[in-house]
Ligand binder design. Structure first.
Ligand code: ATP
Ligand code: MG
Length: 727
């Protein structure tokens, strides 16, 4: 458990006092010498492009310092080997133009300054040359730039691929799916004005010429609670504001809507109105345009907006209570919902205020009190919106399917999913998100080690074991059959009697108290750790400790929608609603899976999809909490460096052979450092490199000559390209 032993720093670049020698500047060539001296000077200013070149690679300070130097120079990208670290600049930089795309297209990864286009190009080239499916995994906390990064990858691919009409159409659709999904799945939060409130995995499919032919999107865990409640300073999903701001008077009239946002209860908890950074009316038009690109028919759009409007009306239904029985306060809102979705007003009103229970054939109808009526109504609004979102993804996928669906195709998948969340108060949602991050970390370990081992094998080099912390133990704690947290939660949800959040916690405490990664309040008291509430448990995640409050866990996991409302929904005339509330589900005896089990299954499915692909990683960092340019907050960044596991990432990378280059490339770049390879050299690249490394003074154990590549354990800092591409 915990981090493994540090790797001893025995490389040849280290003096007996343990300090690294300054890089040698060879005397071969006066101009080169001048260049290199300038380069070293530059490095003081702009830092190193690859963290593996840091002399003091185990020091967080050195890591942050390097990030800062680069950030101050607007160099937002840095590598850890093949991993791209990106710091959100919060300002427009001229580094994404078509010239830059051209520059990075078909350029070798290490021959140019770090850039997201370099990563995208490498994935694309590898797809083409090796016919190997790729995936690009983007992680980072809210506001760190994941979604922007995923768009840059898509833009690069669109620009780098063919410009035939057919291909352009596909590219337009791939790009066009974004505004539609963001309208329905993104919202203003206190962290990000355009925060994705769902996880997204998108496959771009290619034919064997390398042209995009289609795509497929998978969505994860939409934050549906936002539909009915927003925190102060936040908003509901963008689409509600866009519709009210951008739709014509006539459209609004058809939807029984008024432009005034204050009219709607579901939009009144958080920030009312508009935000500086977003023009909702303009966005509305963009979305409509994108819906056309996605070939959505007018009927589909009408049905879709009828549902969006119906959700707003549901929020306004309102209840009073007489003798413990809920009464509808605003029948006009019920009428609007019924008209928009196409169902019977009376049945809908009944379903809002009653609950039918079928206990072994005895059908009992009992009226709801006000509290339960509100609960039922909110559950309906959330379910309607959530299912609408999933329908939308399915619909977009239909448009993205390749025309002549070929049986074999190659894909680049892009994963843009929530990063680790640690708040003051962590609930069911954070538990799901952090579980997801554990799974992805596990995948990272498996894939990185796998690809390392494969490369060593390919190159004919003996594999050296690298110590690392394997977080499988935490994944098991959460998802193991019968005794994992998920099993225990489901068991408690299904238990007859009166299960409560606290009885669930008790179950965890009894069953998991001995687990090294589980901390109950008793254990915390004993170990005099940070005190915990009696309704909390703590997990030692790979990224650190998180304390969860169990209140609401069972309710959110059960995710109950009363049958009466489901029944009314399944008989509406709105084709989308009818489709997503299947009548068959009403008669099915099988209990639907709990929320966490559905999530677990979809995550395992995702892991399986990713497992078969060659991964690239983008780790996004936000520089401050104020969405401001030029503000580098050390503390906030350090926190993210920890939770992204970057130090461990670097340590593992440095533990093996940190630096590797194909012989041709290495020779080409450094041949002038050695009199035997400069100015003229006629032998093989491998022999030339051998001469070079000997000349540079590398000892036997410090490097390996692979079949096609040179491997160096501790590279000297001179192996760095200059940031030639500054603008
Ligand atoms: P969330 O998890 O909340 O969805 P995110 O990681 O997807 O967050 P983004 O929406 O991609 O974050 O980025 C937040 C904002 O930061 C963007 O709206 C944009 O203003 C700015 N931003 C991100 N990346 C860049 C970039 N490369 N250049 C300029 N601005 C950027
Ligand atoms: Mg996002």
């Amino acid at each position: 458990m915990g981090a493994s032993e540090p790797v001893s720093d025995t490389g040849g670049g280290v003096t007996s006092s343990g300090k690294r020698k300054a890089p040698e500047v060879p005397k071969t060539h006066p101009e080169l010498r001048r260049n290199m001296e300038r380069g070293l000077h530059e490095r003081d200013r702009v830092g190193v492009q690859d963290f593996v070149l840091l002399e003091n690679f185990e020091s967080e300070d050195a890591f942050i310092d390097n990030l800062r130097k680069r950030f101050n120079e607007n160099l937002i990208y840095t590598y850890i080997g093949q991993v791209l670290v990106s710091v959100n600049p919060y300002k427009k930089l001229p580094i994404y133009t078509s010239e830059v795309i051209q520059y990075y297209h078909r350029r070798n990864f290490f021959e140019a300054p770090p850039h997201i286009f370099a990563l995208a190009d490498t994935a694309y080239q590898s797809l083409l040359k090796e016919n190997r499916d790729q995936c690009i995994l983007i992680s980072g906390e809210s506001g760190s730039g994941k979604t922007e990064a995923s768009k840059k990858v898509l833009e690069f691919i669109a620009a780098a691929t063919g410009h035939k009409k057919q291909v352009e159409e596909v590219n337009d659709k791939l790009i066009g799916s974004n505004p539609v999904l963001e309208a329905f799945g993104n919202a203003k939060t206190n962290r990000n004005d355009n925060s994705s409130r769902f996880g997204k995995y998108m496959d771009i499919q290619f034919n064997f010429q390398g042209d995009p032919i289609g795509g497929n999107i998978l969505n994860y865990l939409l934050e549906k609670s936002r539909v009915v409640h927003q925190f102060s300073g936040e908003r509901n999903f963008h689409i509600f504001y866009q519709l009210l701001a951008g739709a014509s008077e006539e459209t609004l009239r058809k939807l029984y809507l008024k432009r005034n946002l204050d009219t709607y209860y579901y939009m009144s908890n958080g920030t009312k109105g508009t935000i500086d950074t977003i023009d909702d009316a303009v966005q509305y038009n963009e979305v409509i345009k994108a819906m056309k690109t996605m070939e959505m028919t007018q009927q589909e759009q009408d049905d879709l907006f009828a549902i969006v409007a119906s959700v707003l009306h549901m929020g306004n239904v309102g209840f009073t209570e007489e003798d413990g029985v809920a009464q509808i306060l605003k029948p006009a809102s019920v009428e609007a919902v019924a008209a928009l979705l196409g169902c019977n007003i009376k049945q809908l009103a009944e379903a809002f205020t009653n609950r039918t229970i079928d206990a072994h054939g005895d059908v009992v109808v009992s009226p709801l009190n006000r509290e339960f009526a509100i609960y039922a109504r909110d559950a309906l609004a959330k379910a309607v919106y959530d299912r609408l979102f999933t329908w939308l993804v399915t619909r977009l996928n239909k448009s993205l399917q390749p025309v002549n669906n070929p049986r074999s195709k190659m894909v680049i998948g892009i994963l843009d999913i929530y990063g680790f969340e640690i708040f003051q108060k962590n609930s069911f949602e954070q538990f799901c998100i952090n579980y997801c991050n554990e799974k992805l970390q596990q995948l990272f370990i498996q894939l990185t080690l796998k690809s390392e081992q494969e490369e060593y094998l390919r190159e004919g080099i003996t594999w050296e074991n690298v110590h690392y912390f394997n977080n499988k133990v935490i994944c098991d704690l959460i998802e193991e059959k019968y005794k994992g947290i998920i099993s225990l939660m489901d068991e408690e949800c299904l238990r007859p009697g009166e299960p409560t959040d606290l009885s669930f916690l008790e179950k965890l405490n009894v069953n998991l108290n001995n687990h090294p990664h589980y901390i109950s309040h008793m254990k915390a008291d004993l170990q005099t750790q940070k005190v915990m509430g009696r309704d909390e448990f703590r997990l030692v995640h790979y990224a650190g400790e998180v304390t969860y409050n169990v209140r609401g866990f069972l309710e959110k996991n059960n995710d109950l929608l009363y049958r009466d409302l489901r029944e009314v929904m399944s008989h509406t005339t709105n084709s989308i609603i009818k489709n997503v509330f299947d009548v068959k589900d009403l008669t099915s005896k099988k209990r639907p899976d709990t929320a966490i089990t559905q999530f677990k299954n979809s995550l395992n499915n995702l892991v399986e999809i990713l497992m078969g692909k060659e991964p690239s990683y983008i780790r996004c960092i936000k520089p401050n909490d104020y969405k401001m340019a030029n503000q580098f907050n050390q503390q906030i960044i350090l926190h993210q460096v920890k939770y992204l596991g970057l130090m461990e990432n670097l340590r593992v990378r440095r533990a093996g052979f940190a630096y590797r280059r194909p012989y041709e490339q290495f020779l080409q770049r450094y041949k002038s450092l050695c009199p035997q390879t400069w100015p003229n050299y006629y032998g093989s690249a491998k022999e030339g490199v051998q001469l070079l490394v000997c000349h540079l003074g590398y000892e036997q154990d410090e490097y390996r000559m692979g079949n096609t590549k040179l491997f160096i354990r501790f590279p000297k800092t001179l192996f760095d390209t200059e940031d030639a591409f500054q603008m």
